[in-house]
Design a protein around this ligand. Sequence first.
Ligand SMILES: Cc1cc2nc3c(=O)[nH]c(=O)nc-3n(C[C@H](O)[C@H](O)[C@H](O)COP(=O)(O)OP(=O)(O)OC[C@H]3O[C@@H](n4cnc5c(N)ncnc54)[C@H](O)[C@@H]3O)c2cc1C
Length: 306
Amino acid sequence: MGQTCSHDVIKELSQYGRLYVDVPMSQFTTFKVGGPADMLIEPSSNETIPYIVTIAKQTNTPVTIIGGGSNLVVGDRGIRGLVVRMGSSQEDEGSIAFNGTTVVVDAKVTKKRFVEEAIEHGLAGMEFMAGIPGCIGGGVIMNAGTTMGTFSDIITDITCYTADGTLLTVANTSLFSYRKSMLPEGAIVVSARCTLTIADNPEDVKNTVKEILRERKNKHPLDYPSAGSVFKNPDGHASWKLINDAGLRGYSIGGARVSELHTNFIVNTGKATAMDIKHLVEFIQETVHKLYDINLEPEIRFIGEF
Ligand SMILES: Cc1cc2nc3c(=O)[nH]c(=O)nc-3n(C[C@H](O)[C@H](O)[C@H](O)COP(=O)(O)OP(=O)(O)OC[C@H]3O[C@@H](n4cnc5c(N)ncnc54)[C@H](O)[C@@H]3O)c2cc1C
């Protein structure tokens, strides 16, 4: 456990949320890898966040933010300092408020719930989110999406706390690019205001979502832990095709394997370490670069100590 994790800090932080000490990050990530975080807090409400970041700042405790943990590879040696988990939990699933086509949604709400409730309200425009795991905050930060659309298409503005605990609302103007958002370093997204459209026929939206989920089930290796597509698509290329054509379908390092179903996925076959995944990512990059002179940029994020 790191030296930042003193009893005083633990005692102070635990007033503001559910606090875990020395907790394996594998239980908070869809890849199911990652060593222990010194401390992990699930804030009891958005209003406790400025207190949490202030304690962290005053005690020189490094802060790492996660949402649903579906785009992350956490190092085998874990994370020093404090992880702030802005994910849904049984006690607190976050709030969604509908007002016409405007939806104000907490960062911790899952995309699945957002889509389901938007359909119930007769709305459309969020279908692209169907089947993407994790929460709204992580979706905003990653500008997650598919060829059908991305978060940037529906966000009006985002409310976040900056690293020094100041509440800030940022409009969606040049905030997003491909799988990227430009919020200030260390900002914690607490909610997003989205603009959807009235569905011409809500049954059609429901059926579209069903079809997307069916297709994803056929195309993605959902039986194994993963973090979705590993690499962004380079201009004019599909990463899965480059990896496939490089002969890497099914290639493994330790417990990490290039999925046979979708070659831009790496799956954890059961006992993968974060290092196995990292080495496999590097091997794919080297191979594709050697063969095609193309750099593959990871979409998944590596955090913590490897
Ligand atoms: C099976 C599978 C399929 C997937 N399919 C897709 C897909 O089709 N399209 C796609 O874009 N992605 C896809 N992904 C990747 C992933 O689900 C998305 O990137 C998702 O939006 C990440 O959300 P999360 O809540 O899990 O974020 P996390 O993985 O927890 O975090 C991602 C990043 O966001 C930051 N973050 C999270 N929450 C906050 C917050 N509240 N405030 C500030 N920073 C925050 C973290 O620091 C981190 O840098 C897939 C993943 C899996 C496992």
